[in-house]
Design a protein around this ligand. Structure first.
Ligand code: AMP
Length: 451
């Protein structure tokens, strides 16, 4: 089915054709008509499925029919968990919207805000923002929400995992009543559903099945190996198999730096990519990695969120991620939009439970391959599917009760054609510009995840 059949105008279909997209992906075919009809939507779709275009294209289509009225007033807001994702989504808006004349801006922390303020004054139709920076800018009256028509929570599960709930609620409380609400998440966990429920009733729901999401075009395999042999194994594979490129995920910043120097000693040049490096350096590293002048990028999970590299042939889980959904996110860095790729995980005995959880999440075992000379002294037992962990998992935490929203209905809902729920007036506290507990939580969560 061509894109034009989805109800998109020529300016947009021309742009996607120029990018070489011949037909919509599953999520695009399902979501675009729903969004164009003005319905609220929650969608379970992972990165790599083409989800960005599934909300960006109909947003651009709808906005291209009107125009920005006043400066500092945005018309669509896309909330994302990380600056990398903000940059990536905004790049897509620029690409898809190149024939529409619509404007966009990526707004995130860690960079000087003056330039972002100036762009808002000049006029921005679509703002892609991380929650913390947006709250700051709103408190400084750099941006106003009264003309917002559509809001997207992208990678909502990830934003909740990172502790952004308070910031997100503050933002949602300040949006107009009749906006169209779209939520995209790798999984529609209870927490994510509760968040959506607090905003809209009965949204349209789309789920891309787990087996589609875990992408058959990615060859997944693992090597069992003792912990202290991992760096030797990585060097061996890079050299023996002559890997052209690899994005290598590791747990900690310190670990990333150490691995870079271990590889260096074996004559392999690699770079570390983590939140301890400046935004400018990270941007440069990504550019070099995309261009192929850096072949091996050692990245912590948090930093690597949102990396979109065309034709990335390989990701390596040097450390196995937790929770299991993170595995799916990571391997989604390769095999983008139907290209093929491989995802290789190094698994030592102490990763056993984590591996069980990942395989249960995938619904299948990951093929084990042996590499001569690296058979572990401490073998990893045979795993089982449908493993139920004894320790609490983020989405299974019994203390994770739906949040009570005090005093709903204080705000008028009479004109709410989108079925959007009234937000609690008690939540809409004036913004003092001070850092809130939520911000602290967010930063602690990021620090924890990106040690
Ligand atoms: P996303 O899941 O939105 O991060 O997209 C993953 C990758 O797929 C990006 O590199 C997009 O440029 C690409 N992509 C999105 N839609 C299509 C399509 N219909 N055909 C081919 N590639 C696509």
């Amino acid at each position: 089915m061509p894109f034009s059949k989805l109800g998109l105008s020529e300016s947009l279909t021309k742009a996607v054709n120029e990018l070489g997209y011949s037909e919509p992906t599953t999520i695009q075919a399902k979501a675009i008509p729903v969004v164009l009809q003005g319905q609220n939507l929650i969608a379970a779709a992972q990165t790599g499925t083409g989800k960005t275009a599934s909300f960006v294209l109909p947003i651009l289509e709808k906005l291209s029919k009107g125009e920005t009225k006043r400066k500092k007033r945005i018309r669509a807001l896309i909330l994302v968990p990380t600056r990398e994702l903000a940059i990536q989504v905004e790049e897509k808006i620029t690409q898809y919207g190149k024939h529409t004349g619509l404007t966009s801006l990526a707004m995130y922390g860690g960079v000087d805000e003056q330039q972002q303020k100036q762009r808002l004054i000049e006029g921005v139709d679509v703002l892609v923002a991380t929650p913390g920076r947006l709250i700051d800018m709103y408190g400084r009256r750099a941006v106003y929400f009264e003309e917002v028509e559509m809001v997207v929570l992208d990678e909502a599960d990830r934003m909740l995992d990172m502790g952004f709930i308070d910031d997100i609620e503050k933002i949602l409380d300040r949006l107009p009543e009749n906006i169209q609400f779209l939520l995209f998440s790798a999984t529609l966990s209870r927490k994510v559903r509760d968040l959506a429920k607090s905003v809209v009733e009965n949204p349209h729901e789309i789920t891309i099945a787990a087996n589609q999401a875990s992408k058959s075009n990615i060859e997944q395999w693992l090597i069992t190996v003792d912990k202290d042999k991992k760096s030797a194994l990585l060097s061996h594979l890079i050299q023996e198999k002559q890997w052209d490129q690899a994005l290598i995920f590791i747990e900690t910043k310190h670990g990333a730096a150490k691995l870079v120097s271990q590889l260096e000693k074996r004559g392999i040049a690699a770079e570390a990519f983590h939140s301890g490096r400046s935004q400018a350096i990270r941007a440069q590293l990504l550019e070099d990695f995309k261009a192929g002048s850096i072949k091996y990028l050692i990245a912590t999970g948090v930093a690597a969120r949102g990396i979109d590299i065309e034709d990335l042939s390989r990701v390596v889980n040097y450390d196995l991620p937790f929770p299991a959904d993170e595995y799916v996110h990571r391997i989604g860095r390769t095999g983008r939009a139907n290209a093929t790729g491989e995802a290789i995980s190094f698994v030592s005995k102490d990763n056993f439970k984590n591996l069980c959880m990942i395989e249960s999440r995938l619904g299948h075992l990951i093929e084990r391959r042996e590499v001569e000379g690296f058979a572990p002294k401490k073998p990893v037992p045979v795993t089982i599917l449908n493993y139920v962990p004894k320790t609490k998992h983020v989405d299974q935490d019994p203390t994770d009760k739906p949040q009570k929203r005090a005093n709903p209905g204080n705000r008028s809902n009479r004109n709410n054609t989108n079925n959007r729920k009234p937000r609690s007036a008690s939540k809409a506290k004036p913004n003092t510009g001070n850092r809130t507990d939520g911000r602290k939580d967010s930063r602690q969560a990021v620090r924890k995840a990106d040690k």
